[in-house]
Design a protein around this ligand. Structure first.
Ligand code: COA
Ligand code: AMP
Length: 641
């Protein structure tokens, strides 16, 4: 049943009295100790939600529903075409596994506040591990399986975990990816050494265990179950690393209390999901979308979540998402536009989709990158249900702009737009000095403080970076790093990053980090990495490289070496495949690389020659080089109002 209130009234109430609005939402949860203060500021002046309150997210996701009589309802439906496995876990079963695994973690010495890194594919054991950490107040940090050992090592040294939980391997299409050797390599590189590595042995690949340090996942499950430990609402639930503008990732922190309140609200207001409803989120638990809408959001709301280990295509075909909708009677599906583009590419006339009964589906939600209007229209026509593009970031943990289908009076979704501000978010478009711009004018997307519950209160171990990156540029606002505009009817359009972050198949990557890798090659004098338009992944990185004087290495050989270096350092997910050797990089007279101009050139866009360029002729040379490599053909990137 829809809440009685309208979108406009709800949004207005959330901004007029944030503390009162969210205090009311908090009453829907079970608190071990009621919060004293819905909204406060800490010693740094950072906002904190529900200080003084105590609760436990694992309790709210599991015990609460069992106590409410939903113990037999499916909580998790695991579907893995890559291993030909399907398993259903009821709330009671998931609780039992989690409570025992939490007991096992305690037995190997994991205590409240300790960090635990989880490096696993989309398997139920990973969800159990996340919930078990939460149960004992340990702080999990899930690292996406596509990251290479170097990236894992960086995260190990930053989070300093007392344990790592990993799978022996994952399956990419029909290719086995052994994970444990990657963990061993990361541990050899890292300075910090966790006491234990817990290994889930999968039947298709067995990992070697190091005596004394490594423990079998099943051993932990034999422990006695432990109850959920009430923790302060401001206690960290997890750290999720995301790319910043340098090689050092940012550890986004999420707390127990604000997160639970926000996600429960979002399940109802944004997705219109009630207890017992089924949601399928086609993402990975290693991303924010996976944390919030495969694991925590659905379980906090008492829904059933489909956990899919596979890809939208070739596992076994482009009909696989639609099979899930039919087989599990999915009401809400959520994925990234890139997944829909992959399906569209292989089943453009929807022949596979028509083989399934999709009548249960009410909405398709998209996020992770802007959905180009052509993909939007295709999905809408194929499915015949509203398609909702909504905008969010790892930092927010839940949507900031959306069409809230659970509220009344909501303007209908529109192709190209991410919709309207979600209650709690006061979204503004600012110019470069922080002044609001007129409707229709592109600017920097910022959110007025305080951010609502669920958003990150700070960065792990780095309050200064949190302040410098997000708050300092425009006092009183959170700066998102995205550019966009609002039209005259109030729809907001997010057009892409304005910093050195690019978005590859819904994965966020730092061009600065890739540049650091290219620059380390002995033949490279300087380089620039840009995101170029890609019809499947939205963007892919490419490198422009200037050779050191006297270097004779051919472009082909250099490309091979640099591609291998990026793959070995960041991982295959970077999709770095193209290098172009150029004589010089276009710069301003003060020596700054003209990245925006380069990007426009690579995307085949028209642009005005920057007045400050030191050597305009270099652009023609680069244009010719890009054409030679087949780069410069953009897919739809223009404004659509
Ligand atoms: N473990 C190990 N390797 C992984 C991996 C993982 N979890 N995920 C991806 N990779 C590897 C792939 O095997 C591939 O390696 P290759 O270059 O050797 O072939 C490389 O990383 C690139 O992967 P990807 O970009 O996923 O390409 P793909 O061809 O395998 O699939 C899509 C393309 C579009 C189908 C896929 O990217 C997709 O489903 N995207 C959805 C995005 C998403 O869920 N985003 C989350 C935010 S909502
Ligand atoms: P991540 O933190 O990995 O979730 O990536 C967040 C970034 O993805 C944002 O800063 C945007 O650049 C982009 N993004 C996510 N959702 C959308 C959307 N609906 N429209 C446009 N860009 C989006």
């Amino acid at each position: 049943m829809k809440p009685a209130c309208s979108y406009a009234a709800t949004h207005a109430a959330s901004l007029a009295d944030p503390a009162g609005f969210w205090a009311a939402q908090a009453t829907h949860l079970h608190w071990d100790k009621q919060p004293e203060n819905p909204l406060s500021q800490d010693a740094n002046g950072f906002y904190r939600w529900f200080a003084g309150g105590e609760l436990n997210t694992s309790f709210l996701c599991l015990d609460h529903h069992v106590q409410q009589g939903r113990g037999d309802q499916p909580a998790l439906l695991y579907d893995s075409p890559v291993t030909r496995t399907r398993r259903s876990y009821s709330y009671a079963e998931l609780l039992d596994l989690t409570a025992r695994f939490a007991g096992g973690l305690r037995e190997i010495g994991v205590a409240m506040g300790d960090r635990v890194i989880i490096y696993m594919p989309n398997v139920p054991e990973a969800v159990v591990a996340m919930l078990a950490c939460a149960r004992i107040g340990a702080v999990h940090s899930v690292v996406f399986g596509g990251f290479a050992p170097h990236e894992l090592a960086v995260r190990i040294d930053d989070a300093r975990p007392s344990a790592i939980i990993c799978a022996s391997g994952g399956m990419e299409f029909d290719r086995v990816i052994p994970y444990k050797p990657l963990v061993d390599e990361a541990l050899a590189k890292a300075t910090h050494k966790p006491a234990h590595v817990v290994v889930l042995q999968r039947e298709f690949v067995t990992a070697e265990l190091q005596a004394g340090r490594d423990v079998d996942y099943q051993t932990l499950l034999r422990a006695a179950p432990v109850p959920a430990l009430p923790v302060p609402a401001t206690h960290p639930l997890y750290i999720l690393y995301t790319s910043g503008t340098t090689g050092r990732p940012k550890g986004v922190v999420r707390d127990h209390g604000g997160h639970a309140v926000a996600l429960r609200f979002s399940m109802e207001a944004i997705y219109d999901l009630a207890p017992g409803d089924v949601i399928f989120t086609g993402s990975d638990i290693g991303w924010a979308v996976g944390h919030s809408y495969i694991v925590y959001g659905p379980l906090l709301r008492g829904c059933t979540s489909v956990l899919f280990e596979g890809k939208p295509v070739r596992t076994p075909d482009a009909g696989t998402f639609w099979r899930l909708v039919q087989d599990y009677q999915v009401q809400v599906m959520f994925t990234a536009p890139t997944a829909i583009r992959a399906i569209k590419k292989e089943d453009s006339d929807g022949r596979l989709a028509r083989q399934y009964n999709l009548s249960s589906l009410r909405h398709l939600f998209l996020a992770g990158e802007r959905c180009d209007p052509a993909t939007y229209a295709w999905a809408q026509q194929l499915l015949g249900v509203p398609v909702v593009d909504h905008w969010w970031q790892t930092e927010s943990g839940w949507p900031m702009l959306a069409t809230l289908v659970g509220l009344e009076g909501m303007p209908a979704p529109r192709a190209g737009s991410a919709g309207h501000p979600v209650p709690g978010y006061d979204v503004h478009i600012l110019d470069e000095v922080g002044e609001p711009v007129a409707p229709g004018t592109t600017g920097l997307v910022a959110v007025k403080l305080p951010l609502p519950p669920g958003c990150f209160p700070t960065l792990w171990n780095d309050d200064a970076r949190f302040h410098e990156s997000y708050l300092a540029p425009f006092p009183g606002y959170y700066l998102s790093g995205d550019g966009g505009y609002r039209d005259h009817e109030g729809y907001t359009y997010i057009m892409g990053r304005v910093d050195d972050v690019i978005n590859v198949a819904g994965h966020r990557l730092s061009t600065g980090e890739i540049e650091e890798i290219l620059a380390a090659h002995p033949a490279v004098a300087e380089c620039a990495v840009l995101g170029i338009a890609d019809s499947l992944r939205g963007q892919v990185p490419m490198g422009l490289v200037v050779l050191k004087d006297g270097q004779t290495i051919g472009e082909g050989q250099l490309e091979k070496e640099l591609v291998a270096a990026v793959r070995a350092t960041i991982g295959a997910l970077a999709c770095f495949r193209t290098v172009l050797c150029v004589a010089r990089l276009p710069k301003t007279r003060s020596g700054k690389i003209l990245r925006k101009t380069l990007r426009q050139l690579a995307d085949g866009e028209d642009f005005a020659l920057p007045a400050t360029i030191d050597d305009p002729g270099i652009l023609d040379e680069i244009r010719a080089g890009l054409a030679r490599r087949g780069v410069g053909v953009a897919f739809e990137t223009t404004k659509s109002t």
